[in-house]
Design a protein around this ligand. Structure first.
Ligand code: FAD
Length: 466
């Protein structure tokens, strides 16, 4: 007889949320984690520590520029990096304990060690305490991802660093080059730029932010970051790193021309890859795709009976909330319910200042699908709260179907975009139209009113734009 209904391998947002949900629904669950702390990439080296550092450095920048708000001596303000790192570690530790407490409360058994998939129904857990075999009706693999290393410039933890190092630098590098203008590169680049590092972001594509954003949104974000001193070298292909007694430099080429950027630290943020190290995937016959991701069907089932996979280790956007949604859906399916993830409405956010956010289709994606669109835009410069709060950079863009007015997508560059995008997701989940948003009462004064105004602008009826 099986000891468990479900054994989850990996305690990131995918794994621990699935474990809690399954236990809530009456299943007997074990959660296997190889690291000392629970919470995975997201909690230990990803979402949370990066946001703690973004917050600390934003507090510093706001105070530094506080003269006009009556702060005396603000421009002479200094900071202590070690205190910022200590605060970040405290936040992470608090949440580590929180995840542990939630799992304990739901009677999820936490099994420490490296989980190995032996076959359907059997997981071997190896730890310094010895081996333990878990027999289970179902297995859920949520082993996440690790940073991608460029083959010609391996991480050395000193000059060439990953985001894992980039959230723990003991001192501010004089010059930092960030390879990759995606969310992680822009966020960590912002952290160190705010503390005085000369940051240059080198990106192969001609725009920042990745493929989900329209060019107008990417340009507005880039211009805001440039005003903060971040330099961008777009359309440049990285070729390597040069180390000499005089210092290090990143080498790149653009239009056949060689480029060189001096750097104390080169933060490589070119993406992440699925992690199946130590899982025994090959020996167990688990099917992986050409990028090493576990292949699943529409119900998260792998090619092995009773073995499921979710989160960063499978295809799809590598986002904590995507992993969580999948975790809930798998648990519900196993408990005889009808779990479902709406992949069309998964928001993406870059937590810079201003923040950049999107959900649904971009204008370019809608047009590529031959959908006739009606666009509404509203500049934050016309929003009262934005003016009162010194955050007029950016705009909100609503992409609606020209025939039906249905919301297809929403994109924005705005302070607080990470919160504002939730309203767009909710309207889209219910199949809302631009008019539905326009007729919704938003609290005044809020930056969120820019979303309502952008929705009104779809029918050229925005009140607060000229
Ligand atoms: P993970 O969080 O990677 O967790 C996998 C867990 O499995 C780990 O704890 C690992 O130790 C464990 N494990 C692996 N193999 C085994 C094994 N064989 N046995 C036992 N345990 C094992 N996403 C967002 O949505 N918003 C953000 O703001 C955001 N910011 C980020 C910032 C940074 C710097 C980084 C690096 C990532 C960020 N992400 C963000 C991405 C997010 O962290 C991931 O999408 C998310 O953590 C994926 O969750 P997961 O559960 O699939 O895997």
């Amino acid at each position: 007889m099986s000891q468990f209904d479900l054994v989850v391998i990996g305690s990131g947002p995918g794994g621990y949320v699935a474990a809690i949900k399954a236990a809530q629904l009456g299943l007997k669950v074990a959660l296997v984690e190889k690291d000392n702390s629970l919470g995975g990439t997201c909690l230990n080296v990803g979402c949370i520590p990066s946001k703690a550092l973004l917050h600390s450095t934003e507090v510093y920048q706001e105070a530094l520029h506080g003269k006009k708000h009556g702060l005396v001596g603000a421009e002479k303000l200094t900071f202590d990096v070690s205190a910022m790192l200590a605060n970040k570690d405290k936040v992470v530790a608090q949440l580590n304990m929180g995840v542990g407490a939630l799992l304990k409360k739901r009677n999820v058994e936490i099994v420490r060690g490296l989980g190995r998939l032996v076959k359907s129904g059997e997981v071997l857990v190896r730890s310094t305490a010895g081996d333990r075999t878990l027999e289970t009706k179902n297995i859920l693999i949520a082993t996440g991802s690790v940073p991608i290393e460029l083959p010609f410039m391996k991480f050395d933890g000193e000059t060439v660093i990953s985001s894992d190092h980039g959230i723990s630098l003991k001192a501010v590098p004089e010059k930092m080059v960030v390879v990759g203008a995606g969310a992680i590169g822009l966020e960590l680049g912002s952290v160190w730029a705010r503390l005085g590092s000369q940051v240059t972001v080198v990106e192969m594509l001609p725009v920042i932010g990745g493929p989900s954003y329209d060019a107008d949104i990417a340009k507005a974000a880039q211009s805001a970051f440039e005003k903060q001193g971040i330099k961008f070298e777009l359309g440049a292909k990285v070729t390597g790193v040069k180390k000499s007694a005089g210092g290090s430099a990143l080498t790149a080429e653009r239009d056949g021309k060689s480029l060189e950027f001096a750097a104390d630290k080169i933060l490589v943020a070119v993406g992440r890859k699925a992690n199946t190290t130590g899982l025994g995937a090959q020996e167990a016959g688990l099917k992986l795709d050409e990028r090493g991701r576990i292949v699943i069907d529409a119900h998260f089932l792998t090619n092995l009976p009773g073995v499921y996979a979710i989160g960063d280790v499978v295809a799809g956007p590598m986002l904590a909330h995507k992993a969580e949604e999948e975790g809930v859906a798998v648990a519900e399916n196993l408990a005889g319910k009808h779990g479902h993830v709406n992949y069309a409405i998964i928001p993406g956010v870059i937590y810079t200042d201003p923040e950049v956010a999107c959900v649904g289709l971009s204008e370019a994606e809608a047009k590529a699908k031959n959908i006739e669109v009606a666009i509404g835009k509203f500049q934050l410069a016309g929003n009262g709260r934005a003016i009162a709060s010194d955050c007029t950079a950016g705009f909100v863009k609503v992409i609606a179907c020209a025939k039906t007015d249905k919301l297809l997508g929403v994109q924005m560059v705005a302070k607080g975009a990470s919160e504002m995008i939730a309203a767009a997701c909710a309207h889209m989940e219910y199949g809302g139209s631009a008019e539905d948003v326009a007729r919704t009462c938003f609290a005044h004064p809020t930056v969120s009113e820019s979303f309502k105004e952008a929705a009104m602008a779809v029918s050229k009826s925005s009140i607060h734009s000229l």
